[in-house]
Write a protein that binds this ligand. Structure first.
Ligand code: NAP
Length: 495
């Protein structure tokens, strides 16, 4: 169950948000009375409450906003109990001085905004000895492994326990704790008004992570990268799981480069079945895989891992998606269906996407020419793939049959930029822009106006997401549904 925390300065706003949340399905709400400006009128807040509540009054030292004295705060908590509130939150240092009374349940809580302490179990034992109905721990995650320690604690707890790691590295613990029979999970009213670092909103928990469906049987998937906050994969893959009615959740894991090995070792304990891999791990991850798809070997990078028993199998869906998108667009009479044989293709950029696409073009017998703003990178890629390269400033010196943009030029917010001048586009050329936000980049618009065959980054993105989903679940996903989700996420209102 989700508990939604509300922190507002005015009583009437808190009451209005409470009602609004219940109308949207909330069944438990935490009223953070430390946010109220001036005197707190508990009777007013509790009078016609539309669902059970937790009364919490957090000190500033514990991340709250309480400005009164400690004596006033303890009186407020005692009054809440006397008023018969469903739950009261008592920090572990005051829990002993506030006795149990009536039906009010006691949440004995502990917070550490700097770290997840080494002695987590000892802290839990201390809280469990203070007559709690629920033990609650909220600690800062400084490394992905902190989530594992917190979830392990939940798994082994003998008393009902809520445990979450704060910060963006702690997000997995917030999403996954529902797999460990935790009594409830905290969320916030709105994602822009978080009451603790890394908190997700009620709406995000329900609409993105399908939280109401998470239980101990839920299969775990996710994406690893650093940073990870910008990734659209959680929205896309969770929508696909929901659409296919599968009991699975896809989680964003922020994993810094130095924590990759430990994270992959922890994957089994987290019960992870599959991962998408993004920057900076696509190459480094190869050393930790036990089986590689042939394309992964050729490209030297993987963007997907499937965990199968003892095996960690690496795939590259970027490569397959790019080639499928391109070949579908190349039609007779100019091309025999899908044939790139002996076509000269200029690849703009020399990063991960360029590497996957240049490899695909090469094994389809195209004449690949790589160009990049850092000559050394372009040269290295050309040497690895045994193809040509040209200096970025000389990219207009050849007359290719097609170009593929593998740079971020033209991507939101720089939508007025193009990596290839309109004057050099010819109607016989194909133009493949891997940028997907926006779909109609300046390059795409100009290529269309010149009569070129055009392939967009959205085509590739949808295909790679569908291929990953198939590898994860064995199920085909609906392209239309994936396209709709992507368009909603990258549509004009979101830019
Ligand atoms: P990457 O590894 O960081 O490579 C980016 C490449 O672009 C590098 O060669 C970089 O040059 C070059 N570059 C960056 N800014 C440039 C500029 N202003 N002028 C000239 N060159 C520039 O990134 P990636 O993973 O290959 O991704 C590249 C793009 O591909 C992304 O922005 C994304 O839009 C697209 N992509 C799309 C999909 C899809 O499914 N549609 C999938 C993956 C990627 P340096 O080497 O000098 O830094």
């Amino acid at each position: 169950m989700l508990c939604v925390s509300i922190g507002r300065g005015r009583h009437r706003h808190m009451i209005a948000e409470h009602k609004h949340l219940v109308e949207r399905g909330a069944r438990l709400v935490e009223l953070r009375v430390d946010y109220i400006n001036g005197d707190v009128n508990l009777r007013r807040l509790l009078a016609d409450r539309p669902c059970p509540v937790i009364i919490t009054c957090r000190r500033q030292a514990d991340g709250g906003k309480w400005r009164g004295t400690e004596q006033q705060r303890l009186l407020l908590l005692r009054t809440a109990i006397a008023e018969g509130v469903e739950y009261v939150d008592l920090e572990d240092d005051v829990a002993g001085s506030i006795p149990r009374f009536g039906k009010t349940k006691r949440i004995v809580s502990y917070h550490d905004f700097r770290k997840t302490p080494d002695d987590l179990q000892a802290i839990h034992d201390r809280l469990a000895a203070q007559d709690p109905d629920v033990v609650k721990l909220a600690t800062m995650a400084n490394q992905p492994h902190d989530n594992v320690r917190m979830l392990r604690l939940l798994r082994d707890a003998k008393v009902p326990t809520i445990g979450m790691c704060m910060g963006d590295m702690g997000t997995p613990s917030r999403i996954l704790s529902a797999r460990y029979n935790t009594p409830f999970v905290y969320s916030t009213f709105h994602h822009e008004r978080v009451l603790a670092p890394g908190q997700l909103s009620f709406q995000q928990m329900i609409e993105i992570y399908n939280h109401d469906r998470i239980d101990p049987q839920t299969q775990v998937f996710g994406v690893i990268g650093d940073p990870i906050g910008h990734s659209l994969s959680p929205q896309i893959q969770n929508a696909a799981f929901r659409h296919a009615d599968l009991n699975a959740v896809y989680v964003p894991f922020r994993v810094p480069a130095e924590n990759l090995d430990q994270f992959l070792d922890d994957a089994r304990e987290l019960d992870i079945r599959g991962l998408s891999v993004t920057i900076p791990h696509k190459e480094a991850v190869l050393a930790k895989l036990t089986k590689l798809d042939p394309a992964v070997k050729g490209i030297g990078a993987a963007n997907t891992i499937v965990f199968d028993g003892e095996h960690r199998i690496g795939y590259n869906t970027d490569y397959r998606a790019a080639m499928d998108s391109l070949e579908r667009a190349l039609v007779p009479p100019q091309y025999e269906q899908g044939s790139l044989r002996e076509k000269t293709v200029l690849v703009l950029g020399a990063g991960g996407a360029a590497r996957a696409i240049a490899y695909g073009l090469k094994i389809r017998s195209a004449e690949v020419v790589v160009t990049g703003r850092t000559p050394r990178r372009a040269q290295q890629l050309a040497e690895k793939l045994e193809c040509k390269w040209v200096d970025w400033n000389n990219r207009y010196g050849l007359t290719p049959d097609g170009i593929v943009n593998c740079t971020p030029i033209g991507m939101h917010p720089n939508v007025d930029e193009t990596p290839y001048d309109r004057l050099h586009l010819r109607p016989y050329m194909f133009v493949f822009d891997t940028v997907y936000n926006p779909e109609s980049t300046l390059l795409v618009k100009e290529a269309r106006s010149q009569g070129c065959t055009v392939v967009t980054g959205v085509e590739m993105f949808i295909r790679q997401a569908a291929l990953q989903f198939k590898l994860f679940s064995g199920v085909e996903s609906s392209w239309e549904m994936l396209r709709d989700v992507l368009r909603r996420l990258t549509g004009p209102a979101k830019q």
